[in-house]
Design a protein around this ligand. Structure first.
Ligand code: ZN
Length: 341
Protein backbone atom coordinates (compact mmCIF):
# COMPACT_ATOMS: atom_id res chain seq x y z
CA UNK A 1 0.00 0.00 0.00
CA UNK A 2 3.03 2.29 -0.13
CA UNK A 3 2.22 3.57 3.31
CA UNK A 4 5.85 3.99 4.18
CA UNK A 5 6.03 6.92 1.83
CA UNK A 6 3.79 8.87 4.12
CA UNK A 7 6.09 8.81 7.10
CA UNK A 8 8.68 11.27 5.93
CA UNK A 9 6.35 13.86 4.56
CA UNK A 10 6.23 17.22 6.25
CA UNK A 11 2.47 17.40 5.86
CA UNK A 12 0.62 14.91 7.91
CA UNK A 13 -2.12 13.12 6.07
CA UNK A 14 -4.51 10.44 7.21
CA UNK A 15 -2.99 7.12 6.30
CA UNK A 16 -4.42 6.48 2.86
CA UNK A 17 -6.50 3.38 2.99
CA UNK A 18 -7.10 3.70 6.71
CA UNK A 19 -10.22 5.75 7.09
CA UNK A 20 -10.82 6.09 3.39
CA UNK A 21 -14.03 5.40 1.63
CA UNK A 22 -16.27 4.79 4.56
CA UNK A 23 -19.70 4.17 3.23
CA UNK A 24 -21.72 4.30 6.40
CA UNK A 25 -24.08 7.20 6.78
CA UNK A 26 -24.10 7.66 3.07
CA UNK A 27 -26.49 10.46 2.46
CA UNK A 28 -28.77 10.54 -0.46
CA UNK A 29 -29.94 13.95 -1.30
CA UNK A 30 -32.77 15.19 -3.37
CA UNK A 31 -31.81 15.72 -6.94
CA UNK A 32 -33.81 18.92 -6.83
CA UNK A 33 -31.03 20.57 -4.89
CA UNK A 34 -28.93 20.63 -7.95
CA UNK A 35 -29.34 23.23 -10.61
CA UNK A 36 -29.25 21.66 -13.99
CA UNK A 37 -26.23 22.40 -16.09
CA UNK A 38 -25.70 21.67 -19.70
CA UNK A 39 -23.97 18.81 -21.38
CA UNK A 40 -23.08 19.48 -24.93
CA UNK A 41 -21.65 17.24 -27.53
CA UNK A 42 -18.26 18.30 -28.78
CA UNK A 43 -17.50 15.61 -31.28
CA UNK A 44 -18.78 12.22 -32.23
CA UNK A 45 -16.38 9.37 -32.69
CA UNK A 46 -13.48 11.56 -31.67
CA UNK A 47 -10.30 9.94 -32.78
CA UNK A 48 -7.51 9.74 -30.26
CA UNK A 49 -5.49 12.26 -32.18
CA UNK A 50 -8.40 14.70 -31.99
CA UNK A 51 -8.91 14.37 -28.29
CA UNK A 52 -8.09 17.65 -26.71
CA UNK A 53 -6.45 18.42 -23.40
CA UNK A 54 -8.79 19.72 -20.69
CA UNK A 55 -10.99 22.56 -21.81
CA UNK A 56 -9.34 25.75 -22.77
CA UNK A 57 -11.74 28.29 -21.40
CA UNK A 58 -10.82 31.80 -20.47
CA UNK A 59 -7.90 31.91 -18.08
CA UNK A 60 -8.91 32.42 -14.46
CA UNK A 61 -8.54 35.91 -13.14
CA UNK A 62 -5.06 36.39 -11.71
CA UNK A 63 -6.08 36.75 -8.10
CA UNK A 64 -3.22 35.12 -6.27
CA UNK A 65 -0.05 36.84 -5.21
CA UNK A 66 2.42 36.54 -8.07
CA UNK A 67 5.35 35.11 -6.09
CA UNK A 68 6.61 32.49 -5.66
CA UNK A 69 6.14 31.32 -9.17
CA UNK A 70 4.52 27.91 -9.53
CA UNK A 71 6.39 25.22 -11.40
CA UNK A 72 5.83 25.41 -15.14
CA UNK A 73 2.65 23.89 -16.52
CA UNK A 74 3.05 20.58 -18.33
CA UNK A 75 3.03 20.36 -22.07
CA UNK A 76 1.04 17.56 -23.64
CA UNK A 77 3.35 14.81 -24.78
CA UNK A 78 0.73 12.24 -25.60
CA UNK A 79 1.90 9.98 -28.40
CA UNK A 80 -0.41 9.07 -31.28
CA UNK A 81 -2.49 5.94 -30.85
CA UNK A 82 -0.77 3.00 -32.46
CA UNK A 83 -3.14 0.32 -31.23
CA UNK A 84 -5.76 -0.57 -33.86
CA UNK A 85 -7.67 -2.65 -31.30
CA UNK A 86 -7.75 0.10 -28.71
CA UNK A 87 -10.83 0.92 -26.69
CA UNK A 88 -10.42 4.56 -27.75
CA UNK A 89 -12.81 7.42 -27.10
CA UNK A 90 -16.37 7.15 -28.41
CA UNK A 91 -17.26 10.80 -28.04
CA UNK A 92 -16.28 13.88 -26.08
CA UNK A 93 -18.80 16.00 -24.25
CA UNK A 94 -18.29 19.49 -22.90
CA UNK A 95 -19.79 20.31 -19.51
CA UNK A 96 -21.14 23.74 -18.61
CA UNK A 97 -20.79 23.63 -14.83
CA UNK A 98 -22.85 26.76 -14.19
CA UNK A 99 -24.99 26.21 -11.10
CA UNK A 100 -23.19 23.01 -10.09
CA UNK A 101 -24.83 20.18 -12.06
CA UNK A 102 -24.72 16.72 -10.47
CA UNK A 103 -23.70 13.55 -12.33
CA UNK A 104 -24.05 9.89 -11.38
CA UNK A 105 -27.35 8.15 -10.74
CA UNK A 106 -26.34 6.98 -7.29
CA UNK A 107 -27.30 10.49 -6.18
CA UNK A 108 -28.25 12.66 -9.12
CA UNK A 109 -30.98 11.62 -11.51
CA UNK A 110 -31.47 14.72 -13.62
CA UNK A 111 -28.75 14.54 -16.23
CA UNK A 112 -29.10 11.28 -18.09
CA UNK A 113 -26.73 12.06 -20.94
CA UNK A 114 -25.01 8.73 -21.52
CA UNK A 115 -26.28 6.62 -24.36
CA UNK A 116 -26.61 2.87 -24.15
CA UNK A 117 -23.21 1.16 -23.86
CA UNK A 118 -21.41 4.38 -22.96
CA UNK A 119 -19.17 4.60 -19.90
CA UNK A 120 -17.10 7.28 -18.18
CA UNK A 121 -13.95 6.15 -16.37
CA UNK A 122 -13.20 8.02 -13.13
CA UNK A 123 -10.26 7.65 -10.76
CA UNK A 124 -10.06 8.98 -7.19
CA UNK A 125 -7.54 9.57 -4.41
CA UNK A 126 -4.33 10.00 -6.44
CA UNK A 127 -1.83 11.01 -7.47
CA UNK A 128 0.22 8.17 -6.07
CA UNK A 129 3.51 6.57 -7.12
CA UNK A 130 3.45 3.39 -9.15
CA UNK A 131 -0.33 3.02 -9.25
CA UNK A 132 -1.24 6.31 -10.95
CA UNK A 133 1.54 5.95 -13.58
CA UNK A 134 0.37 2.39 -14.19
CA UNK A 135 -3.21 3.58 -14.77
CA UNK A 136 -1.89 6.25 -17.15
CA UNK A 137 0.10 3.67 -19.07
CA UNK A 138 -2.95 1.45 -19.50
CA UNK A 139 -5.17 4.33 -20.60
CA UNK A 140 -2.51 5.35 -23.13
CA UNK A 141 -2.21 1.81 -24.47
CA UNK A 142 -5.96 1.73 -24.96
CA UNK A 143 -5.95 5.29 -26.37
CA UNK A 144 -8.69 6.24 -23.97
CA UNK A 145 -9.28 8.70 -21.18
CA UNK A 146 -10.80 9.31 -17.76
CA UNK A 147 -11.51 11.91 -15.11
CA UNK A 148 -9.14 12.06 -12.17
CA UNK A 149 -10.24 13.36 -8.76
CA UNK A 150 -6.99 13.88 -6.84
CA UNK A 151 -6.72 14.57 -3.12
CA UNK A 152 -5.16 18.00 -2.56
CA UNK A 153 -2.50 16.77 -0.17
CA UNK A 154 -1.51 13.96 -2.49
CA UNK A 155 -1.22 16.50 -5.30
CA UNK A 156 1.27 18.47 -3.21
CA UNK A 157 3.26 15.31 -2.45
CA UNK A 158 3.47 14.18 -6.07
CA UNK A 159 2.92 17.16 -8.39
CA UNK A 160 5.03 15.54 -11.10
CA UNK A 161 2.67 12.57 -11.26
CA UNK A 162 -0.37 14.84 -11.49
CA UNK A 163 1.37 16.75 -14.27
CA UNK A 164 1.66 13.45 -16.14
CA UNK A 165 -2.11 13.03 -15.82
CA UNK A 166 -2.64 16.43 -17.40
CA UNK A 167 0.02 15.94 -20.06
CA UNK A 168 -1.77 12.76 -21.12
CA UNK A 169 -4.88 14.85 -21.79
CA UNK A 170 -7.16 13.52 -19.08
CA UNK A 171 -9.68 15.65 -17.22
CA UNK A 172 -8.73 16.57 -13.66
CA UNK A 173 -11.06 17.77 -10.90
CA UNK A 174 -10.67 17.65 -7.12
CA UNK A 175 -11.62 15.46 -4.17
CA UNK A 176 -11.02 17.81 -1.18
CA UNK A 177 -7.78 18.82 0.49
CA UNK A 178 -7.42 15.92 2.96
CA UNK A 179 -10.25 13.51 2.14
CA UNK A 180 -12.14 14.64 5.24
CA UNK A 181 -15.70 13.37 5.45
CA UNK A 182 -17.63 16.58 4.87
CA UNK A 183 -20.69 15.18 6.64
CA UNK A 184 -18.66 15.04 9.87
CA UNK A 185 -20.60 17.14 12.37
CA UNK A 186 -17.38 18.18 14.07
CA UNK A 187 -16.43 20.26 11.05
CA UNK A 188 -17.71 23.79 10.89
CA UNK A 189 -19.22 25.07 7.68
CA UNK A 190 -16.07 27.11 7.10
CA UNK A 191 -13.88 24.03 7.53
CA UNK A 192 -15.95 22.18 4.96
CA UNK A 193 -15.58 25.01 2.49
CA UNK A 194 -11.85 25.10 3.25
CA UNK A 195 -11.57 21.40 2.38
CA UNK A 196 -13.21 22.03 -0.98
CA UNK A 197 -11.40 25.23 -1.87
CA UNK A 198 -7.97 24.21 -0.68
CA UNK A 199 -8.27 20.97 -2.59
CA UNK A 200 -8.79 22.83 -5.85
CA UNK A 201 -5.99 25.31 -5.08
CA UNK A 202 -3.60 22.44 -4.29
CA UNK A 203 -4.38 20.74 -7.59
CA UNK A 204 -3.90 24.02 -9.41
CA UNK A 205 -0.54 24.53 -7.73
CA UNK A 206 0.55 20.98 -8.58
CA UNK A 207 -0.38 21.61 -12.21
CA UNK A 208 1.98 24.55 -12.37
CA UNK A 209 -0.74 27.16 -11.91
CA UNK A 210 -3.15 25.68 -14.46
CA UNK A 211 -6.59 25.45 -12.88
CA UNK A 212 -8.29 22.05 -13.14
CA UNK A 213 -11.86 21.43 -14.27
CA UNK A 214 -14.65 22.56 -11.93
CA UNK A 215 -15.40 18.86 -11.26
CA UNK A 216 -15.70 17.72 -7.63
CA UNK A 217 -16.30 14.38 -5.96
CA UNK A 218 -17.21 14.17 -2.27
CA UNK A 219 -15.13 11.74 -0.20
CA UNK A 220 -17.01 8.44 0.19
CA UNK A 221 -19.85 9.95 -1.87
CA UNK A 222 -21.25 11.60 1.25
CA UNK A 223 -23.08 14.74 0.17
CA UNK A 224 -23.89 17.28 2.90
CA UNK A 225 -26.74 19.34 1.36
CA UNK A 226 -25.29 22.70 2.37
CA UNK A 227 -22.02 21.89 0.58
CA UNK A 228 -23.93 20.73 -2.48
CA UNK A 229 -25.62 24.14 -2.47
CA UNK A 230 -22.26 25.85 -1.95
CA UNK A 231 -20.74 24.08 -4.95
CA UNK A 232 -23.70 25.32 -6.96
CA UNK A 233 -22.82 28.89 -6.06
CA UNK A 234 -19.23 28.16 -7.11
CA UNK A 235 -20.32 26.70 -10.46
CA UNK A 236 -18.61 23.41 -9.69
CA UNK A 237 -20.11 20.16 -11.01
CA UNK A 238 -20.56 17.27 -8.58
CA UNK A 239 -19.67 13.73 -9.57
CA UNK A 240 -21.27 10.79 -7.85
CA UNK A 241 -21.24 7.60 -9.92
CA UNK A 242 -23.50 5.06 -11.59
CA UNK A 243 -21.30 2.05 -10.94
CA UNK A 244 -19.08 1.66 -7.90
CA UNK A 245 -16.24 -0.80 -8.48
CA UNK A 246 -15.67 -1.10 -4.72
CA UNK A 247 -12.05 -1.54 -5.72
CA UNK A 248 -10.84 -0.28 -2.33
CA UNK A 249 -12.38 -3.38 -0.77
CA UNK A 250 -11.07 -5.86 -3.34
CA UNK A 251 -8.23 -8.11 -2.31
CA UNK A 252 -7.42 -8.99 -5.91
CA UNK A 253 -7.78 -7.43 -9.32
CA UNK A 254 -10.18 -10.07 -10.69
CA UNK A 255 -12.81 -9.00 -8.15
CA UNK A 256 -12.73 -5.46 -9.54
CA UNK A 257 -13.07 -6.66 -13.12
CA UNK A 258 -16.00 -8.90 -12.16
CA UNK A 259 -17.71 -6.16 -10.12
CA UNK A 260 -17.52 -3.59 -12.90
CA UNK A 261 -18.52 -5.92 -15.73
CA UNK A 262 -21.47 -7.31 -13.78
CA UNK A 263 -22.76 -3.84 -12.95
CA UNK A 264 -22.18 -2.32 -16.36
CA UNK A 265 -23.94 -5.24 -18.03
CA UNK A 266 -26.88 -4.74 -15.68
CA UNK A 267 -27.05 -0.96 -16.13
CA UNK A 268 -25.99 -0.90 -19.76
CA UNK A 269 -23.94 2.26 -19.26
CA UNK A 270 -22.62 4.53 -16.55
CA UNK A 271 -19.98 6.57 -14.77
CA UNK A 272 -17.59 4.05 -13.20
CA UNK A 273 -15.92 4.88 -9.88
CA UNK A 274 -12.41 3.52 -9.38
CA UNK A 275 -9.24 4.63 -7.55
CA UNK A 276 -5.91 5.20 -9.27
CA UNK A 277 -4.54 5.17 -5.73
CA UNK A 278 -5.26 1.45 -5.42
CA UNK A 279 -2.77 -1.18 -6.52
CA UNK A 280 -5.40 -3.74 -7.50
CA UNK A 281 -7.18 -1.19 -9.65
CA UNK A 282 -4.02 -0.46 -11.57
CA UNK A 283 -3.54 -4.20 -12.02
CA UNK A 284 -7.16 -4.77 -13.08
CA UNK A 285 -7.35 -1.98 -15.61
CA UNK A 286 -5.71 -3.62 -18.68
CA UNK A 287 -8.07 -6.61 -18.56
CA UNK A 288 -11.06 -4.47 -17.60
CA UNK A 289 -10.61 -2.16 -20.57
CA UNK A 290 -10.24 -5.13 -22.91
CA UNK A 291 -13.49 -6.57 -21.55
CA UNK A 292 -15.28 -3.25 -22.00
CA UNK A 293 -14.07 -3.09 -25.59
CA UNK A 294 -15.14 -6.69 -26.24
CA UNK A 295 -18.54 -5.92 -24.72
CA UNK A 296 -19.09 -3.08 -27.17
CA UNK A 297 -18.78 -0.30 -24.60
CA UNK A 298 -17.53 3.12 -25.59
CA UNK A 299 -15.73 5.61 -23.38
CA UNK A 300 -17.07 9.14 -23.18
CA UNK A 301 -14.60 11.92 -22.39
CA UNK A 302 -16.03 14.71 -20.21
CA UNK A 303 -14.35 18.08 -20.58
CA UNK A 304 -15.16 21.27 -18.71
CA UNK A 305 -16.24 24.28 -20.71
CA UNK A 306 -14.01 26.47 -18.52
CA UNK A 307 -11.54 25.81 -15.68
CA UNK A 308 -12.46 26.26 -12.04
CA UNK A 309 -12.02 29.73 -10.61
CA UNK A 310 -9.94 29.12 -7.52
CA UNK A 311 -10.01 31.65 -4.68
CA UNK A 312 -6.85 33.71 -4.21
CA UNK A 313 -6.83 33.23 -0.45
CA UNK A 314 -6.52 29.46 -0.82
CA UNK A 315 -3.96 29.67 -3.60
CA UNK A 316 -1.88 31.75 -1.19
CA UNK A 317 -2.49 29.34 1.69
CA UNK A 318 -1.10 26.46 -0.35
CA UNK A 319 2.06 28.39 -1.12
CA UNK A 320 2.49 29.30 2.55
CA UNK A 321 1.78 25.75 3.72
CA UNK A 322 4.34 24.24 1.44
CA UNK A 323 6.98 26.85 2.26
CA UNK A 324 7.89 26.90 -1.36
CA UNK A 325 11.22 28.24 -2.50
CA UNK A 326 10.96 31.87 -3.43
CA UNK A 327 14.36 32.19 -5.09
CA UNK A 328 14.27 29.72 -7.94
CA UNK A 329 11.65 27.79 -9.83
CA UNK A 330 14.12 26.20 -12.23
CA UNK A 331 13.33 22.61 -13.20
CA UNK A 332 15.44 19.85 -11.69
CA UNK A 333 17.08 19.14 -15.03
CA UNK A 334 18.58 22.62 -15.14
CA UNK A 335 19.82 22.44 -11.55
CA UNK A 336 21.11 18.86 -11.29
CA UNK A 337 23.18 17.35 -14.07
CA UNK A 338 24.69 13.90 -14.06
CA UNK A 339 28.33 14.37 -15.04
CA UNK A 340 29.51 10.81 -14.44
CA UNK A 341 28.05 7.47 -13.43
ZN1 ZN B 1 -11.80 9.05 -2.13
Amino acid sequence: MNQGLEADRTLATPRPGAGFNFRENKMRIAAGLIFAGAVSLLASSAAWSQALPPAKGPAPAPQAAPAPAPPPAPVSTRPPCNNPDALGIGRTVEIDTTGGPGFGFEHFKELDFLRDKEVVLTFDDGPWPVNTPSVLKTLAEECTTGIFFPIGKHATYYPEILKQVMAAGHSIGSHTWSHAALVNKKLTEQQRKDEIEKGFSAVKWALGGKAPAPFFRFPALQHPPEMVTYLGTRNIAIFSCDLDSFDFKASKSQTIIDNVMRKVEKNGKGIILMHDFQKHTAEALPELLKKLKAGGYKVVAMRAKAPVQTLAQYDEDIVKDLKLPTVSSRPVSSVVQTISE
